[in-house]
Ligand binder design. Structure first.
Ligand code: HZT
Ligand code: MN
Ligand code: MN
Length: 464
């Protein structure tokens, strides 16, 4: 048990307390069922960062001017109302989180995410009887997504409250993963349990110039420092319905604008998403929002660049990247993509900002792996590879996993077998992705559902 857990013991935490409505949730209504919708054209205070990154209408004072590098068009489609998810009436969770959300929300009454009306060409969808009918056909998968999202909110609320300089990355990852296991009710130690629900992919804990896919392996002694900027990216699934959402933690206020830039960029991407939306236009809007910020760190002012080789992505059941026909959501313009979004799809809208080159490359030791869904069946000649693959099939299927999850299942000396599975094309490795040393990166990510008549930001909370 971690020091933090030992010190805190099990005490009641009031979840998502009603008072904590963030600026982004101005005008927010309740989350369950009615309410939560954004009025068409309600761009009031839409999607600005919590630190008051300033509006683009020329009303901001001189004090705020330094925060933005250049003005940008005021947005029309609001990512306006927050959800206040799990607000009034929700029963208390413990700290650390240990009560399955199924117990806290009887009869599958999980909070609805942030529902946003479609805009412009798609405005008809809001009232279309046909679209509203289609929307009623799908209650199971919606309930599963909402349950997974509620677990994500409760776990991140606890994690955010306890993450402090001095904690090891291993401790932080275990807090998040153990919280996810308890709240989904899937501890993942029995055959097949992980497939029913639980941890959807390894917890990414990416420091400073590293943007994605870093998770500690066994023996990792890295300790979080006051001056670190850490991207926390974790996934929760219920019956393969994956909620993929990430935020950035920093203790030094010098990073405030960097953090605000990615929140703004992600909310801009969400606002532009919808059936028939062009990927190229979403990428352009995201980049414009992100690159309107700059950030001064230790006396040097950096433009914030959108990381051009990182993307959002579709999500399908049990597939974090939407399988072989998966689509990418660019975060810069000039992406040659001619693709469009379509009704019924699920997207992870994620954006990354950097003070460095704005490009990532593979760096450091790999922790993340996943089966290649359409991999050819090959005869395995390494005994440990066979054993390992049987276990991967039973415990993860096509969900990504990391070395610590193999350790936890009791595997030992598996590295040769693991590398063999990568080498023969059964597994894909996902090495950490980092910008240049000395740079700082931030990330913001939400999962959204393009329902027939409304888009639902399933992972929205009163935090982000
Ligand atoms: C891969 C492995 C994992 C998907 C994005 C991502 C974390 O960069 C198409 C576009 C978990 C997720 C993924 F273990 N990746 N979201 N959250 N990483 S990705 C990708 O490989 S595939 C982007
Ligand atoms: Mn993610
Ligand atoms: Mn993602």
């Amino acid at each position: 048990m971690s020091t933090v857990q030992a010190e805190q013991g099990i005490e009641d935490l009031k979840l998502n307390g009603g008072a904590g409505v963030p600026p982004a949730a101005n005008g927010a209504a309740a989350s369950n069922g009615a309410g939560g919708e954004v009025e068409a054209g309600d761009s009031d205070d839409d999607d600005e960062g919590e630190e008051g990154a300033g509006k683009q209408d020329g009303t901001e004072g001189a004090a705020k001017k330094k925060k933005k590098r250049k003005p940008r068009k005021k947005k029309k489609a609001g990512a306006g109302a927050g959800t206040g998810a799990a607000g009034g009436g929700a029963k208390a969770q413990t700290g650390p989180p240990r009560i399955p959300v199924a117990q806290l929300f009887p009869d599958d009454s999980y909070p609805v995410g942030q529902e946003m009306e479609y805009q412009n060409d798609n405005a008809y969808r809001t009232t279309s009887e046909e679209k509203r009918h289609l929307d009623r056909l799908n209650p199971d998968f919606l309930t599963e997504y909402r349950q997974a999202a509620e677990v994500h909110r409760q776990v991140r609320q606890y994690a955010t409250s306890v993450i402090k300089p001095g904690m090891s990355l291993t401790e932080i990852a275990e807090i998040i993963e153990d919280g996810t296991r308890h709240l989904t009710g899937h501890m993942g130690l029995e055959e097949g349990d992980n497939i029913l629900g639980g941890v959807a992919f390894p917890t990414g804990l990416n420091l400073n110039h590293c943007a994605a896919h870093y998770s500690p392996n066994a023996g990792n002694k890295i300790v979080l420092k006051h001056e670190d900027v850490m991207k926390v990216d974790f996934g929760v699934h219920v019956n393969g319905r994956i909620v993929d959402s990430a935020f950035t933690v920093a203790f030094d206020p010098q990073y405030d604008n960097l953090l605000a830039s990615v929140k703004d960029a992600t909310n801009t991407g969400i606002a532009h998403a919808g059936p028939d939306a062009r990927m190229s236009e979403i990428g352009e809007a995201i980049q414009e929002a992100m690159e309107s910020y700059e950030c001064t760190i230790n006396g040097t002012t950096y433009p914030i660049k959108a990381i051009r080789n990182l993307n959002g992505h579709t999500i399908t059941q049990y597939s974090i990247h939407g399988g072989s026909k998966g689509k990418s959501v660019p975060i810069v313009k000039n992406s040659h993509s001619t693709e469009k979004m379509e009704e019924g799809e699920t997207y992870a809208i994620e954006t990354f900002g950097s003070t460095g080159k704005g490009v990532v490359r593979d760096d450091m030791e790999t922790s993340h792996y996943a089966k290649i869904a359409d991999a050819p069946k090959v005869a395995l000649r390494v005994a440990s590879a066979k054993t390992l693959l049987r276990s991967i099939d039973k415990n993860f299927g096509t969900l990504p996993f990391c070395r610590r999850y193999l350790d936890r299942l009791g595997h030992d000396k598996y590295l040769l077998g693991l590398n063999n599975l990568v080498q023969v094309g059964v597994l894909r490795d996902y090495p950490p992705l980092c910008d240049i040393k000395g740079s700082f990166t931030a990330q913001s990510e939400h999962t959204i559902l393009l329902r027939p008549n409304v888009k639902e930001v399933i992972s929205r909370g009163d935090d982000y």
